[in-house]
Design a protein around this ligand. Structure first.
Ligand code: AGP
Length: 615
């Protein structure tokens, strides 16, 4: 939630910050702002709306020649999206300016104190409270900006990634992090600040990722000085060499990032199992699992914590782990788990799934599990993310940057990683035979080609999308491994087209939702040949006899459903537990094309943000 960018160096800061904000717009896009130093003062330009609106406004409003500046793209928490609540925020004197990603939970009590001391507030934000607290400390304690930030942050409860600078010291920017991500790009006598590395990739591949409760003073002359916020200890910076490149974060000829990411899935899945799935040798190699094999094999149960699409991947994994490795699995919404005092022991393995690796609820669930001595394993996409560092061990999905707010390749690659783990445990435990193990590995290796084939139905899917684009409600049904895919299909449609949709286990329909069915109701039914096929066909009959419109997601060559359904979309055949990797594809494409036909902002749907770093 919210993207922050900063620059200090020899170049003009404006274009770097602006371009950076465009790359971070997936993190929030209800308002944007920029602060630049112009030789005597700090000038702000901010606006409700997108970074493109800011670009037009700022050029007319402020001098854009400065070589130090900060910028922000917002996802509102405190205060509605408007010009005043947009970041950056000045302190009362106008000397200091701040950008902030996160939430200051005790802002109300801090604000009351500051009001008593005569501070006034123009916005409704918690961030304006923080910058005035910093100013108050700076004046009263007669300390430099870095020290003032440190003292102020020790009074703060909440989460933050902040960047602050002072017009009287325009040669340094102070940054700090707790709970929200912050990276510093190290160039040649220039430094970049950003929520992720994308804004500075074309300038430098060297980066420092701040740890929680760390802060840094970044100065033109002295470089980056890191300290712990709590005890003031000096920290040696760990400079990483980044592996991602610019093409990976550009649209590459596709109209939207979401479409590009849907089409990247064959390669993304391959990248996920590359070096891990050795089908010929009959080996699954995963360092994070191999090094902790006993913990996995002796687990009383596996608890999966995640949110949204990652939670759906967890549900698929529940079926796979229980069926193959015969280990009990619970799948929990991280937001519920963290507050309900769950029974966890040191014999449990907790798997946290998160594309971004920054989701606040998932992070809190991990902390809770660790406090109860469970072994916590992370499945993340973003390398170096907070969750990947907070967990005892883990496996990256290696899907490459996912920028479209609606998760697509994250889902299929998460399922791939989790399936590999389940297969490995099943082999070690002897719950599947050697020949089954070999067969499953071979079939998994074929999935990227089969995904490619499923993608070839796009033209046909577009005509189906066109038929149902004006529906007001939709139902998604599936059973077994494909029940979570039904949930995921409904989520995809809701989040980007704003059409109401619900996913259900197909047999649950007659316990209530069947009452909704009439000739206006499209029902997307996953009815692949393997797994409960006849039962799902009966469910289709029930829908048909109530005049519902049926769109069947079927195995290639299926005739029975074709005879019953209004439309069918075929996917290649595979073994049952791998079907979600294929049935998901039409779900993604249907939602994408419906949203495009309805003129929705596919990559940046309303009210959402890519990484949810607040509760
Ligand atoms: C999915 O399309 C959503 N954008 C959302 O549900 C997402 O999966 C959820 O916020 C979890 O994010 P994470 O995987 O980064 O933790």
């Amino acid at each position: 939630m919210c993207g922050i960018v900063g620059y200090i160096g020899k170049r003009k800061a404006f274009p770097i910050i602006l371009e950076g904000l465009k790359r971070l717009e997936y993190r929030g896009y209800d308002s944007a702002g920029i602060a630049l130093y112009d030789d005597s003062d700090i000038k702000l330009s901010k606006t409700k709306g997108k970074v493109a609106d800011l670009e037009a406004k700022a050029k007319n409003e402020i001098n854009t020649d400065g070589t130090i500046g900060i910028g922000h793209t917002r996802w509102a928490t405190h205060g509605v999206p408007n010009d005043v609540n947009s970041h950056p925020h000045y302190s009362n004197s106008g000397d200091l300016v701040i950008i902030h990603n996160g939430i200051i939970e005790n802002y109300d009590s801090l604000k009351k104190e500051l009001l008593k001391r005569g501070y006034i507030f123009k916005s409704d934000t918690d961030t304006e409270v923080l910058i005035n607290l910093i100013e108050d400390v700076k004046i009263n304690e007669k300390v430099k900006l870095g020290k003032a930030v440190q003292i102020a942050l020790n009074q703060v409860v909440g989460a933050y990634a902040i960047a602050v600078f002072d017009k009287n010291k325009p040669n340094e920017i102070v940054v700090a992090k707790l709970g929200s991500p912050l990276a510093i790009g190290i160039g040649d006598e220039e430094f970049f600040i950003a929520s992720d590395a994308s804004p500075f990739l074309e300038y430098t591949k060297k980066a420092i990722y701040l740890e929680d409760e760390e802060m840094a003073v970044i100065s033109r002359k002295k470089g980056v000085k890191l300290r712990r916020i709590k005890n003031d200890a000096v920290v040696d910076p760990y400079i990483q060499e980044l592996k991602i490149n610019l093409e990976q974060i550009e649209k590459g000829g596709y109209e939207h990032f979401m479409l590009k990411e849907i089409h990247e899935q064959p390669n993304a899945i391959k990248d996920t199992y590359r070096g891990r799935l050795l089908a010929k040798e009959g080996i699954v190699k995963m360092a994070g699992v191999d090094d902790n094999l006993e913990r996995f094999l002796n687990a009383n149960k596996i608890i999966i914590v995640a949110c949204g699409t990652s939670w759906h991947a967890g549900l698929v994994a529940e079926y796979v782990f229980e069926n193959l490795a015969k280990v009990p699995v619970e799948v929990e919404y991280a937001s519920e788990f963290r507050y309900r005092n769950p029974v966890i022991t040191d014999k449990d393995v907790v798997i946290a799934i998160s594309q971004s690796g920054e989701t606040a609820d998932t992070l809190a669930a991990i902390k809770l599990a660790k406090s109860k001595n469970a072994f916590v394993f992370g499945v993340c996409n973003v390398v170096g993310s907070t969750i990947s560092r907070e967990t005892h061990a883990g496996a990256y999905t290696h899907a490459g940057p996912e920028i479209g707010v609606a998760s697509t390749k994250a889902f299929t690659t998460q399922i791939t990683v989790l399936t590999l783990i389940a297969l490995k445990l099943a082999k070690e435990k002897g719950t599947i035979s050697n020949s089954e193990f070999h067969l499953y590995l071979q079939e998994l290796e074929l999935i990227p080609e089969k995904v490619k084939k499923a993608l070839k139905s796009e033209k046909h899917i577009k005509t189906v999308a066109n038929t149902y684009k004006n529906a007001k409600n939709c139902l998604y049904l599936g059973r077994g491994y494909n029940f979570p895919v039904a949930l995921e299909g409904a989520l995809k449609l809701k989040e980007i087209s704003y059409i109401h949709a619900e996913g259900y286990p197909a047999a649950e329909m007659k316990h209530g939702p069947i009452a909704l069915i009439d000739e206006q109701m499209p029902v997307f039914v996953i009815a692949t040949k393997k797994g409960h096929y006849e039962k799902v066909v009966s469910n289709i009959q029930e829908i048909k006899s109530r005049s519902g419109k049926i769109i069947g997601i079927v195995t290639e060559g299926d005739e029975d459903v074709k005879n019953l359904a209004d439309h069918v979309i075929e996917v290649p055949e595979t073994i049952e537990f791998l079907t979600p990797l294929l049935t998901t594809i039409p779900m993604q494409l249907l939602s994408y094309h419906i949203a495009v036909m309805l003129n929705k902002n596919v990559d940046q749907p309303r009210n959402l943000a890519k990484s949810v770093t607040v509760e």
